[in-house]
Design a protein around this ligand. Structure first.
Ligand code: SF4
Length: 455
């Protein structure tokens, strides 16, 4: 059965807090990082440590009104083709700045809609990656897909290119909600996409769902989760819609009055979790993922080794993530870097043979320590803060002041503190972001909204 939050917990659900897919979070990036420093970090990479690669395809067939991604409508394929030309040049440029032909264990195509690429364009990118990097035979190659754009020739190309995992954006199956979010995609479209992928031997399937959408109800969420369970996905993510129309202008089309309020959002998240675990046979991973018990995400969670990166919870263990394409973010052992967010400066930099990184942050030892504590809270709902401090070379009492400041959260039932161990109780797990924020040296409640609400 779903549980209802106490009024005290519900008060925290409306807090705007980071999702902690990185720490420090992207708003902390500054323009002090560019081509020269990125080159220095790339040149110093350990040539034996496998990389993870992320490629951003910032094009979609049309815009979904809820979209929070960095994307544009591709009015004609010539623009996509020209983008891929520059992407190939960027791959050459970045690989050329590395000390050797580097091993790669994980490739992720995100967007936007990577499945908008033609079969030839997709294979062309894979060919270039294989030419420039030593992509492992057992590498995970994951692609985010829109079921409306999948065709048999494209699925065949994905399989030929070595794709092992596809994440299908489903979000919600109610026709009423689909109209309100401008993403009309009946269940049959999703079923056809799943059949094509499995028929081509692409075995690992993720499905992305959402709650908190306009006109969406608990009944809708349950029905969608049930229908999705019948497709037997390996992983499901369930994200809360982040209504940030001051940041994403197209979201202004969404009627504020049609949005579920906090208690309803909480109930929808709980309903999805209940159906996916009880009917779908999945285990809950962190705050918003679900996976089969044999899936690497579930195994890593059991072992206390789950990680978070810009895609959310991940089984990717690479210590370096290289981003390609506009707006993509890379994570190096000592820094985060971000490419230009607009196509023109990104393209100009590549044309001038400059790495198109324009922002980032170099990590201090304190950043790394806090990142480790925040990651454990987000992944395990518990952190032995003293042990994390010791493992990072700090005195165990280093973060005692932060633990002390959790007192109001302890009083309100969001956290339990035993010695230096901080735990998020079962009924407050949806609020883990609020507890994690207690260890964020930069975050403070802001009068100007910058983040999505906690639930
Ligand atoms: S398909 Fe995905 S990336 Fe494109 S507009 Fe819709 S939600 Fe955004």
């Amino acid at each position: 059965m779903t549980s209802s939050p106490t009024p005290v917990l519900l008060r925290y659900a409306g807090l705007e807090v980071p999702r902690y897919t990185s720490y420090p979070t992207a708003p902390r990036f500054t323009e002090s990082i560019g081509d020269a420093r990125y080159r220095g970090w790339l040149a110093a990479l350990d040539t034996t440590a496998p990389l993870s690669l992320y490629l951003h395809i910032p094009w979609c067939r049309e815009l979904c009104w809820y979209c929070g991604c960095h994307t544009s409508v591709a009015r004609d394929m010539a623009r996509v083709e020209s983008y891929v030309d520059d992407l190939l040049a960027e791959i050459d440029l970045v690989a050329g700045a590395m000390p050797a032909r580097m091993p790669v264990a994980h490739v992720h195509f995100g967007g936007g809609t990577p499945t908008l690429l033609s079969p030839d364009l997709f294979l062309c990118i894979m060919e270039r990656l294989n030419a420039r990097f030593d992509v492992a035979a057992d590498a995970e190659i994951a692609v985010e897909g829109d079921p409306r754009t999948l065709t048999q020739p494209l699925v065949d190309a994905l399989a030929a290119g070595g794709v092992t995992r596809v994440s299908l954006g489903v979000q919600e199956l109610s026709a009423r909600v689909q109209v309100a979010i401008n993403r009309v995609q009946p269940l049959e479209t999703v079923e056809a996409a799943v059949a094509m992928l499995r028929g081509a031997g692409i075995g690992a399937l993720n499905i992305d769902l959402m709650y908190g959408l306009p006109h969406q109800s608990v009944t809708d969420v349950r029905a969608t989760a049930l229908a999705v369970s019948s497709l037997a996905p390996d992983r499901v993510s369930v994200f809360g819609y982040a209504h940030v129309p001051w940041f994403k202008k197209h979201q202004r089309v969404i009627d504020d009055a049609a949005l579920p309020q906090l208690a309803e959002r909480w109930a929808q998240a709980e309903a999805a979790a209940e159906v996916l675990t009880e009917r779908g046979g999945l285990v809950e991973i962190g705050i918003d993922h679900f996976a089969r018990a044999h899936d690497p995400l579930a195994r890593l969670q059991r072992e206390g080794r789950l990680k978070r990166n810009f895609q959310g919870y991940t089984a990717d263990t690479a210590s370096t993530l290289i981003g390609f394409g506009v707006s993509s973010i890379g994570a190096l052992p000592s820094a985060f870097v971000q490419n230009a967010r607009e196509i023109r400066p990104w393209r100009e930099a590549i044309g001038e043979r400059r790495l198109p990184v324009v922002r980032g942050v170099e990590l201090t030892a304190d950043d790394r320590l806090r990142a480790a504590v925040i990651e454990r809270i987000m992944c395990d709902f518990a952190a032995d803060v003293g042990a994390v401090c010791a493992a990072q070379g700090f005195a165990p009492e280093t973060l005692d002041p932060e633990i002390g400041k959790l007192a109001p959260l302890v009083q309100d039932g969001l956290a339990v503190v035993e010695g230096r161990t901080v735990r998020v109780p079962q009924d407050a797990r949806r609020l883990a972001r609020v507890v994690a924020a207690g260890f964020d040296a930069y975050w403070q409640p802001s009068p100007a909204p910058r983040h999505s609400v906690a639930v």
